[in-house]
Design a binder for this molecule. Sequence first.
Ligand code: GLA
Length: 391
Amino acid sequence: MNKFNHLKGFMFSSVLVLTLLSCKNETKQDENVTETEPKPAHMIDKKTFGVMPDNSEISVYTLKNDNGIEVSVINYGGIITSLKVPDRNGNVEDIVLGFNNLEDYLKKPPYFGALIGRYGNRIGDAKFTLDGTEYQLAKNDGENSLHGGEKGFDKVFWNIEPITDSENPTLKLTYRSEDMEEGFPGNLDVEVHYILTNDNTLEVDYKATTDKPTVVNLTQHTYFNLSGDFSKTILDQEVSINADGYLPVSKTLIPTGEVRSVEGTPFDFRQSKSIGQDIEDKDQQISFGGGFDHCWVLTGDGMREAATAYDSESGRYMVVKTNEPAIQFYTGNFLDGTLPAKGGGNYEHRTGFCLETQHYPDSPNKPDFPSTELKPGEIYSSKTTFTFSTK
Ligand code: GLA
């Protein structure tokens, strides 16, 4: 199906350090580069992260680029457990919320760093009709279905295969979601690539195929705090969103069907502004979300800028691009100081924000929204990039 397929079956055993492109014989050497200055190595480390209640082992894979950026991923939930990025002085810090150990990830965390599916975001009344058949889903968010149900893609075991001969360090994650798993029709084969490039981009590529008509909406639920200090809120960090409209929601956060202009509302992020600036606004939509927890309709189509985020103190700047039609911006409103933070202390209210690229919530029940239906023979294809720099 794609250029990585020939690597199928490549197995890793125990703790292994792979040095890619570092072998002098295999790497084209620039004439000016001397023998003592080999090209820096791309690395993929594999270590044990923890052991599941059924004794299966969960591994953590770490991709590194030449500029000190490191991203770690576990095969439980395809979760990004850490993402280390330099600040403007070159201090490398972890900028994503998560836990130090597997046990905490198993205790119902709020989707920290996870891959989300089969249907990211909410489906109203936890049901939808496809080709005349009604499908009932688990009501795991009041009366609604959230993020794929009781055991969404964030809680399953993903097979991880490090891709060692590609230009950039890459992890290929695969998962088969069985027919009627969590109430969704069709066997869905999902493939996600995490790719870390030397221009400081983390690329997330999603592909899926089905053997029966189904609905699919995949996303990535990383919580960012660009300060690298999880005891700080994200309220002073600045965000822009490339959207003229957003989807107002009901009290239970189901889109009403309207696309509302952001003009003159707290939802206008067309110019970068601090997350905190309008987060306590009296707008009814803000009170429904307890802050921002809404989907913005992105301007344009194809791969284009969706959002930016900036922390003026550390100088860290992130650009998010996607080919998806929308982005959910969530400001950690449900964080309440009860979950243990990686660096000590707990994750307090609004200490992380998420930028989840996706199709609109509740699309299976909203014929006017862009379709999330996937039919046999079609390939679901979605791509999002997160690029880091400082200013
Ligand atoms: C998404 C939802 C939020 C919340 C978080 C997880 O971003 O939109 O309402 O459920 O996930 O807590």
